[in-house]
Design a protein around this ligand. Sequence first.
Ligand code: SAH
Length: 271
Amino acid sequence: MTTVKSDLPAPCVHLIGAGPGDPDLLTIKALRLMQTADVVVYDRLVSPDILDMVRAGTPLIYAGKAAADHHMPQAEINQLLVKLAKAGRRVVRLKGGDPYVFGRGSEETEFLARSGVTFEVVPGVTAASGCTAAAGIPLTHRGLATGVRFVTGHCRADVELDLNWDSLADPDTTLVFYMGLANLPQIAEKLTAAGLSAATPAAAIMSGTTPQQKVVLGTLADLPHKAVAAGLRAPVLTVIGKVVSLAALLHLGFLDEDAPAAASTERAGAT
Ligand code: SAH
């Protein structure tokens, strides 16, 4: 096959994980690419503080959910990335957390690969590690959890979550549910029915690592109710397992400057 030479650079998209919200959690690579991109296509979960780190004057294209609850369809985002890259632009596709953890990032790179556009994936701090660190919850701990599972809590409104509850109901595994806020009652009920103790510690972390962070601590039995009472709104990460019991103690060691919201959790716990 002959290659047609062109003055344009080879089409390329950098698919970048922006982390959970705190701009200090960006990788140096992410920051460097954000400051040299010709155009940035970003998602709803990318915080305004992070967008502020894009070089001034760079066009920003929003590809997330709009006010009227309307998404740019995935197929349209895919086409947009290909179009921009083939026009010779240095494209940064910025996604919350890690691009390959529940972010549909791999659907975008599948399409790029099929379209002959080269790409690079820059990993980011996924919500499971960023939000738990900010809430004083270790994902594993000797004697409390021998492993951790990242699970989607999302499904269409009119269907039940299709998960293997028997395999999830393991008291020695930390469960991290992404996108699970609306289904929290169902998650708690199914896990309990599958044999996980209703007294298992559980936490819901809203907007982790940002100034809006709110952490609600409870048990499998009372977390759904407490999350509603606390007025939690997306994005919320739910963590279930014995490791959550360490949060109260581990908060005490936080540097105030690093964890403004952790202090508010403790106050909430004390009331
Ligand atoms: N790719 C992302 C996840 C996208 S799915 C990542 O790796 O983190 C979106 C879900 O991620 C949200 O519904 C929520 O469950 C979780 N999430 C992402 N950022 C979060 C944050 N700052 N605080 C709490 N949950 C967050």
